[in-house]
Design a protein around this ligand. Sequence first.
Ligand code: ADP
Length: 184
Amino acid sequence: MLNVILLGPPGVGKGTQSSNIARHFELIHISTGELLREEMAQGTPLGLQIQQLMDSGQYVSDDIACGLVRREIDPTRGLVLDGFPRTIPQAETLDQMLAGLGRKLDRVIELRADHPTLIQRMMDRAKTSGRADDTPEIFGERLRTYDAKTAPLIKYYSDKGLLVSIDSLDKIPVVTQRIISVLE
Ligand code: ADP
């Protein structure tokens, strides 16, 4: 049972590549961003709180993010995590969750692209995504949040010998094939 994380800055293609990988290896795809947007769409008090944070490019609390993932994990199926973990405490909680199921992480795939490419992709996506956080100002803040809180995970997983970095500048199917080759 494959357990994989796709790590990387906003706009790098985690969502698209995670869906492709999930389909190829028949894994469940857990996107905390999607789960949070679903929660927001419900208009609950929690949803409103999430919206305020997301709309300013900040992360939601580790408790909220971990709670969503805990709810989605299926003990009988492998998984690809997209947008989680985003902080060291989330990574530690994930290790415990998997250990509790007698499982462990197989690989962490870091997707890479330069800032101008990320900004261009966000602008393209903004035309169809309808996401309130896809504006140049908020995107800049999301990149800063990523550098401060999530980039340290690259060393965390590299120290554990789990990290593989992949260039995400090529066309979508080319990148998908690269990830598949690493995981096979
Ligand atoms: P992107 O990867 O393009 O930033 P996502 O849909 O993955 O898009 O995430 C959108 C927003 O949801 C993030 O900017 C953050 O506010 C929130 N979010 C998603 N996952 C997490 C997480 N694991 N921890 C905290 N906040 C999260």
